[in-house]
Design a protein around this ligand. Structure first.
Ligand code: NDP
Length: 479
């Protein structure tokens, strides 16, 4: 495809909209406190400049937060009628929607994702998730989970850096709607929006102790999930840490849900609408720089259309703009942290070493900041690391298949089982495939669609438990 004969003029959002504070603090028992841990500095990955200093929690702060959450659970939030709890959640949902622009800019600064995504996906989906669960709070007896389901108690939640606000809300909204209280640890590199959300909850009058937010590194997460005062742990992050948590909680009687990694197959049959499939494959792997647990990181394309499809795909990828995440024209933003960039570089090098053919978009990269160009490996064999390991970056691995059975066998040849995509014009083939692919979420002729009414979660090394929808409530209730 010829290069466009014109360039988009830059259209940056103003960083000032984020109302960035020089310092942020942990939120414990209804107020922001000076954490006893070593403060951390959170960076803008697009510039590597410090955005703010963030106080972190030590063991004492953690104990206080868990005690406050227990008190709030027993005395206020647990006994409160669902219709009353709903009012708080509706209020928080409304303020998140009202402050959407500020939250989107703050998320983009702290995470590096394009403003188009934080504005159009992260923040609206977070608000929708809060509205959805607010609606459930007084209807739990009609959710098919018993006539009078009860909350579990105090929840400890640990979340990753790829969707900081959205993952916070995925834990907080169902936990609170069901009458639980929560202590949440955001990721070390992206603590800001969760702390602003805590401020929004405080402004909404949420009783002290119902929500506590403790920034810090992995040691704070480890101390939280191991805390005796919890009734349930909800974790989203890497499979390795998830396994460690599962080992730790075994035999404690505490409940656990894990939402872990993935290596999703995006299957394109020869009868697929190709232009639509190309866009879906691009969205599947380059959305959020590929920092998505359900990313369509393995393209399985039917051999007969591979040459044509790859040509269309490369031409489409060439049009992606990599750059300033605050620019509304940017498609692919910054990699969240230097260690993550190093991991992507290493895994891509493993692809070269194992004999896959690397193709890289010719788009220019910014001179500073953490960036990696959209990359495609073709000629990938199932044994290669780029086919097996979660790269969590803008890197697509392409494999081919001849028959539907072979597509299924290859799609399922992974220890993960989080998501899959199917592209075909035949409904019967889509259903046949969906029934055989071992993945918690299967999209047909689309990819990366998130809706609060639809349960999300995995099988095998992608974890267990569901988030969202009626089924997602079960993780936060006991019959
Ligand atoms: P982690 O699993 O280490 O981090 C997720 C969260 O857990 C963070 O808040 C982290 O804190 C915290 N944490 C770290 N160690 C522990 C522990 N022992 N006990 C409790 N909590 C802990 O993921 P990474 O950020 O290190 O990413 C590594 C890889 O994991 C990525 O390359 C990607 O492949 C995968 N990943 C998958 C995600 C998914 O959604 N499936 C999300 C993120 C990563 P801290 O931020 O301080 O490290």
């Amino acid at each position: 495809m010829a290069a466009p004969s014109w360039e988009y003029a830059p259209a940056p959002e103003s960083a000032a909209l984020a109302n960035l504070e020089p310092a942020y603090r942990p939120f414990v028992d209804g107020e922001f406190v000076d954490g006893g841990g070593e403060p951390l500095k959170t960076l803008n990955p697009a510039t590597e400049e410090v955005l703010a200093e963030v106080g972190t929690a030590n063991q004492e702060d953690l104990d206080r937060a868990v005690t406050a959450a227990r008190r709030a659970y027993e005395q206020v939030w647990g006994p409160m009628p669902g219709a009353e709890r709903a009012k708080y959640l509706f209020r928080i949902a409304r303020v998140v929607a009202e402050r959407a622009r500020e939250l989107a800019v703050l998320e983009t600064l702290d995470n590096g994702k394009p403003i188009r995504e934080s504005r159009d996906v992260d923040v609206p989906t977070a608000s929708a998730h809060l509205f959805h669960h607010a609606g459930w709070a007084d209807k739990l007896g009609y959710a098919g989970l018993g006539p009078d389901p009860r909350p579990v108690g105090v929840v400890g939640a640990v979340i990753p850096w790829n969707f900081p606000l959205l993952m916070a809300v995925w834990k907080i909204a169902p936990a609170l709607a069901c009458g639980n209280t929560i202590v949440l640890k955001p990721a070390e590199t992206t603590p800001l929006t969760a702390l602003v959300l805590a401020g929004i909850a405080a402004d909404a009058g949420l009783p002290p102790g119902v929500l506590n937010v403790l920034p810090g590194a992995g040691d704070v997460g480890a101390a939280l999930v191991g805390h005796d005062g919890l009734d349930k742990v909800a974790f989203t992050g890497s499979t390795d840490v998830g396994k460690e948590i599962q080992r730790r909680l075994a035999g404690t009687g505490r409940r656990l849900t894990l939402e872990l990694g993935g290596k999703a197959a995006n299957i394109v049959y020869d009868d697929a609408p190709l232009d639509q499939a190309v866009d879906g494959v691009v969205d599947g792997i380059f959305f959020n720089q590929g920092h998505v647990c359900c990313a369509g990181s393995r393209l399985l394309v039917q051999e007969s259309i591979e040459p044509e499809f790859m040509e269309l795909l490369r031409a489409r990828i060439e049009t992606l703009r990599v750059g300033d995440p605050l620019d509304k024209n940017t498609d692919v933003g910054a990699i969240n942290s230097r260690p993550q960039l190093d991991r992507i570089v290493d895994l891509a090098a493993a692809g070269d070493a194992e004999g896959a053919q690397r193709w890289t978009s010719s788009c220019p990269l910014p001179e500073r900041g953490l960036f990696f160009p959209p990359t495609v490996f073709s000629g990938v064999e199932q044994t290669m690391r780029v086919a097996r390991e979660e790269i969590f970056g803008p890197v697509l691995s392409v494999l081919t298949f001849r028959t539907p059975d072979e597509a299924i066998a290859k799609a399922n040849n992974t220890p993960y089982g989080l998501s899959a995509g199917i592209w075909t014009e035949k409904g019967s083939k889509a259903l046949w495939t969906a029934q055989r692919v071992r993945a918690g979420v299967v999209w047909t002729n689309t990819f990366n669609r998130f809706d609060p009414t639809a349960p999300f979660g995995g099988y095998r090394e992608s974890g267990f438990g569901r988030e969202g929808g009626r089924v997602g409530l079960a993780a936060y209730l006991t019959a």
